[in-house]
Design a protein around this ligand. Sequence first.
Ligand SMILES: Nc1ncnc2c1ncn2[C@@H]1O[C@H](COP(=O)(O)OP(=O)(O)OP(=O)(O)O)[C@@H](O)[C@H]1O
Ligand SMILES: [Mg+2]
Length: 250
Amino acid sequence: MSILEIKELTATVDGKEILHGINLSVGAGEVHAIMGPNGSGKSTLSYVLSGRAGYEITGGDILLNGTSLIESDADERARAGLFLAFQYPVELPGVSGMSFLRAAVNARLREQGEEEVDQLGFVKIVRAEAKKLGISDDMLKRAVNVGFSGGEKKRYEILQMALLKPVMAILDETDSGLDVDALKIVSEGVNLLRHPERSMLVITHYQRLLSHIVPDRVHILSGGLIVKSGDKSLALEVEENGYAGIDNVA
Ligand SMILES: Nc1ncnc2c1ncn2[C@@H]1O[C@H](COP(=O)(O)OP(=O)(O)OP(=O)(O)O)[C@@H](O)[C@H]1O
Ligand SMILES: [Mg+2]
């Protein structure tokens, strides 16, 4: 069964239709990549999936494990196991990283009918996960994303993903913000979190990231539509010929 199923999805921003009928299905445990030119609607798709205010769904449906998400707000979607890592992570001045992470993890545990973790227990879990991702204790003590470098923000998002154990993770990647080491840590983080019951959608411009995170399927988004899908070789094709070589791309 598909973990995420997007059917004929149309969506508007400020009254302007950006997504014109997206169809996409991600199976259990699969990692799919979305590529596409600037302005093709990739980030819009991730915002629409997350339930961000201002992005209106005008048609179609989004199913997570067979249940429609379109009537749920962003918090409900997160608790249901949808995780979004944004292209431009927001800074939350004054919000302690530890309390932010613990609130998110506990909300998810409550939803699953499990017991919440106390502060001490949580600090231990976070430290262990952070260590694997090369995140320093100092970074954990700071306010969420405030003053973090681009690469540090990305590591922090992977840490959130590791802690939240989502069923569907969507990563909108700023490849340009990642140096070679950070890119490796992010992709290793993603690969570590691959799981038969966790699916991922990785939005990226570059084959470079996809050579570390080898996707099961690659989709090309252009002008608010998926114009081509294929296996990992499609990413190589784009790298070599650009999007002009793809059929049907306007
Ligand atoms: N608030 C808005 N009002 C009007 N148009 C918008 C708004 N937000 C986004 N758009 C338009 O929607 C289109 C898709 O933008 P989006 O950010 O989804 O592209 P993208 O594929 O993520 O691009 P990039 O590769 O540069 O990240 C663009 O033409 C953009 O100008
Ligand atoms: Mg974008």
